[in-house]
Design a protein around this ligand. Structure first.
Ligand code: ADP
Ligand code: F6P
Length: 321
């Protein structure tokens, strides 16, 4: 028998486009005749029964907003079996049979655990990091990269005037995709990511060669996972005589209005998650691969590390000579 009632929640670090995904889940579910609920503050709200019924108007005027109207949380209690059982009980009490979890890899682990409690779950990749495997892109990544590119454009102006290098620290503890895509799009001379070994002396030599060859600026994008921009800049200046300045973009990368790419991705994935639940699927992570929507076992997704696009890394290095 097909399910009649579902819920949606956002969890972990927020990302631009989460609201567009919530809207898509709610409206798609209502369109298909389902009852739909929203859980406030992720798994915390599930355990504490902070759940409300949604209608068409509940998700009006949010497609363009960053953040998440459902709030988000990191909830230690949900890591325990008792927490997961309590969450499932609260859902059953209200007759909610399926849950769409919008979040990153940690939230996916939670979604998998919830599916083991007999609740049908779907994961949507909501994170700026683009660190989820079995999807080419995550919701929020495109916006975060645009923010970094915009910042580098500005830095480039002043660096060029002073003939300096700019070290730009971006988010990404384990995955260097923000650095990679923003670096490629900005013509960065160096991109430091956790996935690729690097030698600061070689980078300094490369920067100096570029200046000697007539370049007027240098851009070094650093993913936070390899160390702080401050440290990297200091070492480059002290050891190699560069005159670099550091900029840490921080949480600016997680705010602001989502790009049309993120809104469209969120809309497609939200609708797809509802259709998967209606087909009786559970324990799946929804993603997009070469433009096509796919659903992969969430257990497989959380046990796989996303591989970096080395072709893009090499392209960035070839083109920034
Ligand atoms: P993100 O989803 O952005 O990666 P976190 O790693 O902080 O964020 O995870 C968000 C929440 O997901 C955690 O606070 C916790 O409630 C839940 N979670 C993470 N890992 C697990 C796990 N192994 N089992 C159960 N729940 C988990
Ligand atoms: O996972 C998203 C992310 O923005 C990472 O890129 C970053 O390392 C982390 O969250 C920051 O977490 P917090 O919001 O807890 O400072």
């Amino acid at each position: 028998m097909s399910i009649k009632s579902i819920a949606v929640l956002t969890s972990g670090g927020d990302s631009q486009g989460m609201n567009a995904a919530v809207r898509a889940v709610v409206r798609s579910a209502l369109y298909r005749g389902l009852e739909v609920y929203a859980v406030q503050r992720g798994y915390y709200g599930l355990i504490h029964d902070d759940i409300r019924k949604m209608d068409l108007r509940s998700v009006g005027d949010i497609i363009q907003r960053g953040g998440t109207i459902l709030q988000t949380a990191r909830c230690e209690e949900f890591r325990t079996l008792e927490g997961q059982q309590k969450a499932a009980e609260n859902l059953r009490k209200r007759g909610i049979e399926g849950v769409v979890v919008i979040g990153g890899d940690g939230s996916y682990q939670g979604a998998y655990k919830l599916s083991l409690q007999g609740i049908k779950t779907m994961g949507l990749p909501g994170t700026i990091d683009n660190d989820i495997p079995f999807t080419d892109y995550t919701i929020g990544f495109d916006t975060a990269v645009s923010i970094v590119v915009d910042a580098i454009n500005k830095l480039r102006d002043t660096m060029t005037s002073h003939e300096r290098s700019s070290v730009v620290e971006v988010m990404g503890r384990h995955c260097g995709d923000i650095a990679l895509y923003a670096g490629l799009a900005s013509g960065a001379e160096a991109i430091l990511v956790p996935e690729v070994d690097f030698d600061l002396n070689k980078i300094a030599t490369r920067m100096k060669d570029h200046f000697n060859a007539g370049k007027k600026h240098g851009i070094i994008v650093v993913a936070e996972g390899v160390g702080t921009g401050e440290d990297i800049s200091k070492k480059l200046n002290e050891q190699s005589g560069l005159d670099s300045r550091v900029t840490v973009l921080g949480h600016i990368q997680r705010g602001g209005t989502p790009t049309h790419n993120d809104r469209i991705l969120a809309s497609r994935l939200g609708d797809f998650a509802v259709s998967q639940l209606l087909e009786g699927k559970s324990g799946k992570a929804c993603g997009i691969i070469e433009g096509k929507l796919v659903a992969t076992d969430i257990e497989k997704v959380v046990n796989t590390k996303k591989a970096m696009r080395m072709d893009l890394f090499e392209l960035a290095m070839r083109l920034s000579q």
